[in-house]
Design a protein around this ligand. Structure first.
Ligand code: 6PG
Length: 627
């Protein structure tokens, strides 16, 4: 390691000897008092109250410079206490060792220091000289500034904090940010944590977070961006866990002035993939790398190991990949559920589709719950038992498991689930997935149906219409095994659509994505982890469309009647089951030996001469008819 000279500077009485000695002790390096290098002549002059001239100081400064170099030749770093009041003095002090000097400036006003000098005994400098020191003082521009009114321990803590560099920076200490910070720290990463300062609501958030969690003791907290950036080893690696959208842009703009070319920003929020591409391009113009990383797993995943989907320039990923894989969940074989996804915003695109699949997976479970509860009249414990049973085998998934647990949670004498409003929120990723599917011309009807089911739930209150409920008394319910098969097939359809959406995007944007690897990254840590996802790793190695896989084809054939029966029965009970219906509808469309799009084409040609293609004409020629 390169030797360093830490020069603690400031006017006489600022405390540089005390602080310098303490610092040297903590850093376990040698301490020198600059005053001890004054020739006798200078000391006599000062004692007589005569200010030193630049000439008087010249040989003194050279001697200090000589001592530093000597220490370096012995492989020793040093702390020097030296007033170094003028820029020209500082230039002499650093001659031939410019890169090794760190300036620490103890800053105080003339009154504070004057008072200190008055109380000081046995020092050759009379307080009358203080004024002349302030007159010649030129404050350094590149020093670590320290306010001398702070107590000694705080001063030392601040200096050490600003001297030692952290491996990784993390911005935003909300629920996810906090958990990720703890995860990084547990894995031995030295962190700098930054949280903005908002008077009254977000004050000293980083420091408080460090004090709260034992594992964060090696971390440093900041609410000043300049100090935060300075605290990081270069190239800096900064992970953002802040609100997606405008807030992310605003923050990036604030951060960039403190960064250098080669630094890397990683956006771990649920950002829109188009924004990620734009940010990559914008930051490229300043030589700064930007990685958009989808992060899934909620609070627990962030703490114990999330699934991570990073994208951007491969050379940027190389700089941060080892840190991301370190904190990621591990798959069955112990490999990290984090993999370089591709260029641009492909990581956030994949995370967006993950969320779309998540929406539909949640909706499918909710629909099965509705059938069990309202058609089969099961109580929550029975429903929980059914879900738990299913969760033991091929249907096992994180979402099914948590639903088995949450339906039996009680509040007082009530099932908590019955006390929760029938109104589902969303943060927008399902909406983006629907828009992306629409823009790419890719049917993602399960995602869309699940998203719109949430929308319907939010308008229901206002739009409730009072229709006669059809009599459902005499309709037989279907058996549990059939419901299970229906649900299983609907899940297959959901995953097929999700992966086809990713496939279409990959082709359109030339991302060259690895679908099997995406499935692997989704086998642990994320919300849609499941036994089926594990099966998809090998399926997607061979087929891009999972409906071409032999086993999936045979399941589809075998379970379609169950899906149909479930849908019919649920509809007879007046239940809303849009995602199962979408799955069945997709299968009907894909397998039905009949046509409807021909009617659409004919209509288009009739009123708008939009032309059509003909059955049996392999040339793809377009025809128009004068209808
Ligand atoms: C995850 C989740 C996570 C979050 C969603 C919920 O993968 O960890 O998807 O990103 O739970 O933001 O989204 P909605 O609020 O839109 O349901």
């Amino acid at each position: 390691m390169k030797n360093k000279a830490y020069i603690v500077m400031g006017v006489s009485g600022c405390g540089k000897t005390t602080i310098g000695k303490m610092l040297a002790e903590i850093l376990k390096i040698d301490f020198f008092d600059g005053d001890a290098f004054h020739p006798l002549m200078n000391i006599e002059k000062m004692a007589a109250g005569i200010p030193l001239t630049d000439e008087d100081r010249y040989s003194w400064l050279l001697d200090i410079n000589k001592q530093i170099k000597e220490s370096f030749t012995k492989g020793r770093s040093v702390v020097f206490a030296c007033s170094a009041l003028k820029e020209s003095y500082r230039r002499i002090l650093v001659q031939q060792i410019e890169d090794t000097v760190v300036w620490i400036y103890l800053k105080g006003d003339v009154d504070t220091i004057g008072l200190r000098l008055k109380n000081r005994e046995g020092h050759f400098m009379p307080s009358t000289l203080l004024q002349s020191q302030f007159e010649i003082l030129e404050e350094p521009s590149t020093a670590i500034d320290i306010d001398i009114t702070l107590d000694t321990n705080t001063i030392i803590h601040t200096i050490v904090k600003r001297l030692t560099k952290s491996d990784f920076g993390l911005v935003g200490l909300g629920v996810m940010g906090k958990s990720l910070a703890r995860n990084f720290s547990r894995n031995g990463v030295i962190l700098s944590l930054y949280n903005r300062f908002v008077a009254g609501s977000e004050e000293q958030v980083a420091e408080k977070c460090i004090a709260e969690y034992e594992e964060l003791q090696t971390a440093k907290g900041f609410e000043d961006l300049k100090f935060f950036a300075e605290s990081l080893a270069t190239p800096r690696k900064i992970f953002l866990m802040i609100k997606a959208g405008e807030e992310t842009d605003t923050f990036i703009n604030e951060l960039v002035p403190y960064l250098n070319a080669g630094d890397v920003i990683i956006d771990g929020g649920n950002s829109y993939y188009g924004d990620t591409k734009r940010r990559i391009e914008f930051l490229k113009s300043c030589g700064i790398h930007f990685i958009g990383a989808g992060v899934s797993g909620g609070e627990e995943g962030a703490l114990k190991g999330p699934s991570i989907m990073p994208s951007g320039a491969p050379e940027a990923y190389k700089l941060v990949g080892e840190y991301l894989t370190l904190i990621a969940a591990k798959d069955k074989h112990g490999d990290a559920c984090c993999s370089y996804i591709g260029k641009d915003g492909s990581g956030h695109f994949v995370k967006m589709v993950h969320n779309g699949i998540e929406y539909a997976e949640m909706q499918l479970i909710a629909e099965v719950y509705a059938y069990l509860r309202y058609a089969m009249k099961m109580q929550p414990p029975q429903i929980s038992a059914v879900f738990s049973e299913w969760n033991k085998g091929e249907l096992s998934s994180y979402l099914l498991g948590i639903t088995a647990a949450l339906v039996v949670k009680k509040e007082g004498n009530d099932w908590l689930i019955d006390l929760i409003l029938d109104k589902a929120g969303n943060k927008g990723t399902g909406n983006w997935a629907t828009i992306a599917a629409s823009e790419l011309g890719q049917p993602a009807t399960l995602i869309t149906s699940a998203l719109f089911a949430r929308y319907v739930s939010t308008v229901k209150e206002k739009m409730l219409i009072h229709l006669e409920q059809s009599s459902v008394k005499d309709i037989p319910v279907i058996v549990l095994d059939e419901i299970k098969s229906a649900y299983q097939l609907a899940r297959i359809a959901n995953h097929q659509q999700g992966f086809m959406l990713i496939h279409t995007a990959s082709d359109t944007f030339k991302w060259n994505l690895n679908y099997s690897e995406i499935a692997r990254v989704w086998t642990n840590g994320c919300i849609i982890r499941s036994v089926f996802m594990e099966e998809l790793i090998s399926v997607l190695k061979k087929k891009q469309n999972i409906f071409e896989d032999e086993k999936i084809v045979s399941i589809t054939k075998a379970y379609k009647p169950a899906l149909k029966n479930f849908v019919i029965s649920a509809l007879q009970y007046d239940l809303s089951i849009p995602s199962h219906l979408a799955a069945l509808d997709q299968l009907n469309t894909l397998t039905g030996n009949y046509a409807t799009a021909n009617i659409i084409q004919a209509q288009r040609d009739y009123f708008g001469a939009h032309t059509y293609q003909k059955v049996g004409d392999a040339s793809g020629k377009f025809y128009h008819t004068e209808w």
